[in-house]
Design a protein around this ligand. Structure first.
Ligand code: FES
Ligand SMILES: [Fe+2]
Length: 352
């Protein structure tokens, strides 16, 4: 059994596409093919609602995503069976008078739209909620959506990289870090509801670009794969960087993200997006080179107290993974527990 059981993440909401991606498909009656936790899924806008189904026709199992959307529903490409927005088969062209049995239906997957993203939840039993995105809808901020990106790593590794405090001077020397300042404060993490929270105080006298998001930062990590960073700049302005890593399949995740700012809200977005592209381009080589792409157990990697955030995150992932094997109620309990993980200021830190 792997250290983390990916089937645990079926209890959580994950985004699978952006609204503009769905709108582009709807404009030419296309069905979107996405993958979540290894499951191929067809997503379509049918009669004004967003619908998602396992990407497999119940007749002869061809992928629904190669079919098309019509006014009345989603039509399979093979024999033309038509499914309505609820997944019910409403037309079988080979037999127009056939009384279609009620069991001829697709399994409908729960969908929600939030932050201009389409979110799916494969299993509703744990009653989880869509993670927060504090700047969204806050008029003090301008939020700009970055281009989603797919990386050859697990969602856990992607998220862990986002909350890693000791890689800045090496991976991001000159953009987010400074090779002259390599030590990091050991963050004290706290569990609040389903979030892991901590604050980071970077070295104040680094020579970084104006668009660099580097200032005292409040981190909020919604378990398992969403994070928001809020930056407090000396002039009173604030910035936020939000990212969620959607677990596509083993060793692959797709990140959706926003960069948000209070300063220069009417200004050019491009430098802010370009800066994030620079940072992502710095991270990708090291993340893609991690072997294995999944987070291993404590025996698989050595850790030090500077990895306190990573260790607290792994510990909670592991708890959720174990809870999921006992059932949805245990997952809810682990999310709500709100207990503080142990803090270490010295000594070994290999316990994850
Ligand atoms: S396989 Fe879909 S209609 Fe036959
Ligand atoms: Fe990084």
């Amino acid at each position: 059994m792997a250290y983390l059981d990916d089937s645990a993440w079926r209890y959580f909401w994950h985004p699978v596409c952006t609204l503009p991606e769905l709108a582009a498909a709807a404009a030419d009656n296309r069905v979107l093919a996405v993958t979540l936790l290894g499951e191929p899924i067809a997503v379509a806008e049918i009669a004004g609602t967003v619908a998602a189904f396992p990407d497999r026709c119940i007749h002869r199992s061809t992928r629904l995503s190669i079919g098309c959307v019509e006014a009345g529903g989603l039509r399979c490409a093979y024999h033309g069976w038509l499914y309505d927005a609820g997944g019910r088969c409403v037309e079988i062209p080979a037999m127009p008078d056939y009384k279609i049995p009620p069991g001829f239906r697709l399994r409908k997957i729960e969908t929600q739209v939030a932050y201009d993203l389409v979110w799916l939840r494969l299993d509703p039993e744990a009653g989880t909620e869509i993670p927060g995105c504090p700047a969204w809808g806050d008029e003090a901020f301008r939020c700009v959506a970055g281009e989603p990106y797919t990386w050859p790593t697990s969602a856990g590794r992607r998220l862990e990289n986002f909350v890693d405090l000791s890689h800045f001077p090496f991976v991001h020397d000159g953009s987010l870090g400074d090779r002259r300042h390599t030590t990091v404060p050991i963050a004290e993490t706290a569990r609040v509801g389903g979030e892991l929270r901590f604050r980071f105080e970077p070295e104040p006298d680094m020579d970084l670009p104006d668009v660099a998001l580097m200032a005292p930062t409040d981190y909020r990590l919604w378990m398992p794969f969403t994070v928001n960073l809020e930056f407090f700049f000396p002039d009173g302005e604030r910035g936020q960087l939000w990212m969620t890593a959607s677990p596509v399949e083993s060793g692959t995740c797709r990140s959706f993200w926003f960069t948000c700012r209070t300063a220069g809200r009417d200004g050019d977005d491009r430098p802010h997006l370009d800066f994030q592209d620079l940072v992502l381009g710095e991270d990708l080589p090291v993340i893609a080179a991690q072997d294995p792409p999944e987070i291993p157990g404590p025996a698989g990697e050595q850790s030090v107290p500077a990895d306190a955030v990573s260790l607290a995150y792994r510990r909670w992932l592991r708890e959720l993974s174990g809870a999921a094997q006992k059932g949805a109620a245990e997952v809810s309990r682990s999310l709500a527990a709100g207990k503080r993980p142990r803090q270490r200021r010295s000594g070994a830190a290999g316990d994850a």
